[in-house]
Design a binder for this molecule. Structure first.
Ligand code: BES
Ligand code: ZN
Length: 880
């Protein structure tokens, strides 16, 4: 294991390598227990680097079999090989030289799923971020770009396909029973984009003709028999390729694009040049086994990895501190793609929900870090919601500030100027500053300052002067390592809605404001609107133009006015959501103090009116009806949290809304699209509205039969999974629920991805007894502890998706997680560290739970030999 060295990497320590890599030739002889890797690298000493400076290459758990320099053995005194480095002295002053490094790997016993490993009989690699050094000694860092040639040799029977990056060079028989294939990737790339796959897989093929008329072969490899389930992914891929040409002028640059789906994968998917490797969860779909949400994820992730070909591969990162340069930007691009393919407002609402659910708590807790971190101990722990989602929001703000045209110009300049580079955030920002003529210095603080800014908003109406003043004040609380913060540039889209529902068009004085966007750049600014015909209601941060918390005393009447008249769907949802959140927070506080809750009649009226409003698209109505989750309410409360009180309050409000709207919900529950299943956004929206309505109707009836009938009649996984969830979460003890769970399990016993849903549905059932059920499932013999999807489906769903169950007052949930984290850490540190982040908000709990959580964290810290991944997380979480 790469144990913790405690070493801290710093952005300011960046220094180019002492030697320059010219090219690399790799040969693999695949074998489950002893794969031989021969790496021939041509290098030269960088100009100005002294001859006394040795070549130091990275390794991780490697043993060196042999080393040659220019084909000759060298004296053992001239090099040192340890598991994590290879140091070679006395190399030529300036002439290029070749090193030949041989290592032997055991893919079969590689349980970390980093480097070369086996999954279901398939050899595959995962090299980002530092997995290549588990294959051979190399400069395993993103600023070392090289041209790769790869030869793979393997048994013909077991390993039919031999794949790597780039274009196919040739292949054929090797020696008895073995064959080989050779690949050449002409595009210089960093080692993290290297990939190799060897296996006996089924193939789905298609082609794409690029905008300049080149034909690209598209290949998706899946397990035999699953080929039909790759059709949607293929369709999404072709749409992504077309979209990137149309929206960003980006064309694909190899003759072939391949995707391989594997069942054991630490992440969602990986953008290796010309050979993406995917968690099969994000490739395989058919109506019987995948939900609408699965289809949407597949579309987004196929697009995301494809878009990396330009934002990540052609232009890569100088160092891992710049991770958001490729990830934040590529998330921005996949969001824009999905918005175009589906309903833009509904997509934006889902993004806002996700950002607030994952990134806001991260930014408010002990793991808070800037979008571009300045230090890290383990880079794997920085593939976070902040780098990804907030990183995407920052790009979105650049577009908001510059406007669509200048933004596109900036992107074009970036592609043109930095193609082939390992770039930085400064390079990226400079392109937009130049393309627009705008000074983005203050704006760039979004990359360096952690924490979610707060903006307090107050307004003043002068009825005699007909003026309306809006005063905005920004603040940013300290975060770990950053006690003092500078003032930010916050672009806030806004609207003034007049009493008649129309919008006031006049521009304010008091600061920069144009195109419906106020630029808050000082601590406090007052914007004055004149000649306003009547007292307006201000709708601020429309469409969530800036990822901030808005504090504003807005009356329920004003919020209702906005939610009725907002022309923008997202803003309309925001007003409704704020209204519901405010009610639920107040109700939770009353429940906490053991007092009676106030009636939810007004909220129910607005929700029911929205449910019925056929001028609104069904997907929007479904979003509006989905009340803020318990975790959303907890986040708004912020401290001294009692998850049980929140649950009680939320259930009471749900029941009240359900009873008040029973007729409406009963009608809508039966309104799902008839006919053959189609995964398109419109049909999915109708199912979402019917599904949430079915849930309300069942709550109103306080009976399981409606959900059981839906379960029995379901002809697609979306409806089936939704019905199972209502049964398991609303009627845990009912016979119908037991029947449904059993029938689901036996029906899908042979389909691991569907069985994952069976595990996570149970793991998320609210209440204290779920913890025992999770223990039971963990102990059952058919639970595969080595499969990341299965582990996340049970432990991840329980800890991150079940506030009452996980935060059981006696601490049993925390102890379960602590035990699992330590156990999993021995096999797969990356997975263990990720699971542990579910406890990041432990300090906002009420004192009793806080103490239990602290004890569980201490038990991890003191468990002995921890990976760098887990020890980094646990120590940051415990730091004062
Ligand atoms: N480059 C990442 C995959 C990755 C993440 C490799 C962490 C190594 C460590 C890939 O492009 C990615 O971002 N995948 C996401 C899905 C995406 C749609 C946000 C993932 O795997 O979760
Ligand atoms: Zn990515």
């Amino acid at each position: 294991m790469r144990t913790d060295t405690g070493h801290v990497f710093k952005l300011t320590d960046y220094k180019p390598t002492d030697f320059v890599v010219e090219r690399i030739d790799l040969t693999f002889e695949l074998d489950p227990k002893a794969t031989m890797v021969v790496s021939r690298v041509i290098l030269h000493r960088r100009e100005g680097v002294g001859t006394d400076v040795p070549l130091v290459l990275d390794g991780d758990e490697l043993t060196l079999d042999s080393l040659l320099i220019d084909g000759m053995e060298i004296d053992a005194s001239l090099y040192d090989a340890t598991p994590d480095s290879l140091t070679i002295r006395d190399l030529p002053e300036s002439a290029p030289f070749e090193i030949t490094v041989t290592t032997t790997l055991s893919p079969e016993t590689n349980t970390k799923l980093m480097g070369l490993y086996r999954t279901n009989g398939v050899y595959c690699t995962q090299c980002e971020s530092e997995g290549f050094r588990r294959i051979t000694y190399f400069y395993d860092r993103p600023d070392v770009l090289a041209v790769y040639t790869v030869t793979i040799i393997a048994s013909k029977d077991e390993t039919k396909q031999l794949l790597s990056n780039g274009n196919f060079l040739g292949g054929g028989n090797y020696d008895e029973g073995r064959h080989f294939a050779a690949w050449f990737d002409p595009h210089p790339k960093p080692s993290y984009l290297f990939a190799l796959v060897g296996g006996d897989l089924g193939l789905v093929e298609d082609t794409f003709t690029t905008m300049s008329g080149r034909e690209v072969a598209l290949k998706i490899y899946v397990e035999h028999g699953k080929e039909p389930r790759a059709a949607y992914a293929m369709d999404a891929l072709k749409r992504s390729m077309k979209w990137d040409e149309e929206m960003f002028g980006r064309e694909y640059d190899l003759d072939i694009f391949q995707i391989v789906a594997v069942s054991d994968f630490n992440m969602g998917a990986m953008e290796n040049k010309g050979l993406n490797v995917f968690n099969d969860k994000y490739v395989l779909a058919d109506p019987e086994t995948a939900t609408d949400a699965d289809y949407a994820n597949i579309e987004a992730i196929i697009a995301h990895e494809y878009f990396h070909n330009w934002t990540g591969n052609r232009i890569t990162c100088r160092d891992w501190f710049q991770l958001c340069l490729k990830e934040g930007l590529t998330v921005y691009r996949d969001h824009a793609f999905s918005a175009d393919q589906r309903s833009a407002p509904v997509k934006r609402i889902a993004e806002i929900r996700l950002l607030k659910a994952h990134q806001f708590p991260e930014d408010a807790g002990p793991l808070a870090h800037p979008v571009r971190p300045e230090t890290y101990r383990e880079i794997n722990n920085f593939y976070t919601a902040t780098v990804y989602e907030k990183g995407s929001e920052v790009v979105r703000m650049i577009r908001t500030i510059l406007g669509a045209d200048a933004f596109r110009k900036g992107m074009d300049l970036y592609f043109e100027r930095h193609d082939g580079d390992a770039a930085t955030i400064e390079d990226f920002i400079a392109c937009f500053a130049e393309a627009s003529g705008r000074d983005l210095k203050q704006f760039a603080l979004w990359y360096s300052q952690a924490g979610t800014p707060s903006v307090s908003v107050s307004s003043e109406w002068n009825d005699t002067k007909k003026t309306f003043k809006v005063t905005l004040e920004q603040s940013l609380a300290p975060t770990p390592g950053q006690s003092r913060k500078a003032l930010m540039h916050i672009p806030l889209a806004y609207g003034l809605i007049l009493p008649d529902g129309s919008e006031f068009e006049g521009q304010p004085t008091g600061g920069e404001a144009s195109g419906g966007v106020i630029h808050l750049t000082k601590r406090k600014q007052t914007f004055t609107f004149s000649d306003v015909p009547g007292r307006p209601v201000v709708s601020i941060n429309r469409g969530f133009s800036a990822p901030v918390n808005i504090a504003m005393e807005q009356s329920p009447e004003d919020l209702a006015h906005i939610s009725r008249h907002e022309s923008d769907g997202v803003a309309r949802w925001q007003a409704l959501n704020d209204y519901a959140t405010r009610h639920l927070v107040a109700a939770s506080r009353l429940a906490r103090d053991g007092r009676n809750l106030m009636p939810a009649g007004d909220l129910a009226d607005v929700l029911i009116a929205t449910a019925k409003d056929e001028t609104l698209e069904p997907a929007f109505r479904a979003q509006a009806l989905a009340l803020p989750a318990e975790s959303d309410i907890a986040r708004e409360i912020g401290s001294n949290i009692d998850p049980d009180a929140i649950h009680t309050a939320r259930e009471a409000v749900l029941a009240e809304v359900a009873r008040a709207g029973q007729d409406v919900f009963t009608t809508l529950a039966a309104s799902a699209a008839k006919g053959a299943y189609s995964p398109d956004a419109t049909a999915a929206g109708q199912r979402a509205l019917a599904g949430v309505s079915m849930s309300y109707a069942s709550i109103a009836e306080a009976a399981a039969d409606r959900a059981k009938a839906a379960f029995d009649a379901a002809d697609n996984m979306t409806v089936l999974a939704q019905a199972l969830q209502v049964l398991a979460h609303q009627f845990p003890g009912a016979d119908e629920t037991q029947d449904a769970l059993e029938s689901f399990k036996s029906r899908y016993a042979e389909n691991p991805l569907v069985l994952d849903k069976w595990y996570s549905t149970q793991a998320m059932a609210p209440g204290s007894s779920t913890c025992d059920r999770v223990e039971e499932l963990l102990a059952s013999p058919d639970f595969d502890h080595t499969n990341p999807n299965r582990v996340r489906a049970l432990i991840g769903a329980f800890t991150a998706g079940n506030p009452t169950g996980f935060n059981r007052a006696d601490g049993a949930g925390y102890r379960l997680l602590a035990r699992q984290v330590v156990e999993i850490d021995g096999r797969n540190p990356q997975l263990a560290a990720r699971l542990l982040t579910a406890m990041r908000s432990w300090r906002s709990l009420e004192p009793g739970r806080q103490e239990q959580a602290r004890l569980a964290l201490l038990s991890i810290r003191d468990a002995g030999k921890l990976s760098a991944d887990v020890s980094d997380i646990v120590e940051r979480m415990l730091a004062a």
